[in-house]
Design a protein around this ligand. Structure first.
Ligand code: PGA
Length: 256
């Protein structure tokens, strides 16, 4: 089970990032017995190094660091970019790729495909985000959109040591709307099966662990609508991951 915290462009100082990280994971002393519960915290690039330096004691077994993006290039003259190797060097094991907020900035599925490949080459585990807009949903295009995204994003991917990928289904219309609309449990189940089937056809290598998560306004009250035996393998949490008490409540609800 994955509980992923996507802090987005928060918090505004290194001190606050260190506090938030420590507060979110230091209560987890019960977790060593529960290796299946994985918490991945994804701070902005700039806070990865201080968090990795000062919170290493927490980064074991259940708690991992992830980044929110990476460059599609390996090294060289790419001003403002951060490479997969750099992320590995500051303790990242995971990287979010293709978040809808990055797609909105112009990142297309072909760029996302290059990023997935570069992440896999460096043995970073990609957390690939996919999902439809409200308009696409209204026009019954959800499955087509997801299928098209997965087909391009995962084309010709080559897994090395890390034979694992995480897919986060994040309907764009449900992001950033805590307490409002999300999808229901019956749909969660259908979407998960749909994604798993498509991914198993696309991936050439057959021994890859594929986990499917839900993201979009997850909180401690609704988390159990999304996870469970027949439901998703975890959740990707944005807004609620900025409040450590709420984040802890989500983890507790998810593991009960
Ligand atoms: P949200 O964000 O939980 O604030 O909806 C989720 C995400 O965008 O990853």
């Amino acid at each position: 089970m994955f509980i992923i915290a996507n802090w987005k462009m928060n918090p505004e100082s290194a001190d606050k990032a260190l506090d938030l990280f420590a507060n979110e994971v230091k209560w987890l002393d019960w977790l060593p017995q529960n290796k299946k519960h994985k918490i991945i915290i994804c701070p902005p690039f700039i806070w990865l190094y201080p968090v990795w330096q000062q919170c290493q004691a927490y980064l074991s077994g259940n708690v991992f660091l992830g980044a929110q993006n990476l460059s599609e290039q390996e090294i060289g003259p790419y001003t403002g970019e951060v490479s997969a190797t750099m992320l590995k060097d500051v303790g990242c094991k995971y990287v979010i790729i293709g978040h809808s907020e990055r797609r909105k900035l112009g990142e297309d599925d072909f760029a996302i495909n290059r990023k997935i490949k570069i992440a896999l080459k460096a043995d970073l585990i990609p957390i690939l985000c996919i999902g439809e807009t409200k308009y696409q949903r209204k026009n019954n295009q959800t499955k087509n959109v997801i299928k098209r995204q997965l087909k391009i994003d995962l084309r010709n991917t080559q897994f090395n040591k890390t034979k694992e990928i995480v897919i986060a289904y994040e309907p764009i219309w449900a992001i950033g709307k805590i307490g409002q609309e999300t999808i229901g449990s019956d749909e969660v189940f259908k979407i998960k099966e749909f994604i798993k089937n498509i991914v198993s056809v696309i991936l050439v290598q057959k021994n890859i662990k594929v986990s499917v998560l839900y993201g979009g306004s997850v909180d401690s009250k609704n988390v159990n609508n999304f996870i469970g035996t027949k439901l998703m393998d975890g959740v990707l949490v944005g807004t609620s991951s900025l409040d450590h008490k709420e984040f802890i409540a989500i983890n507790k609800a998810a593991s009960s």
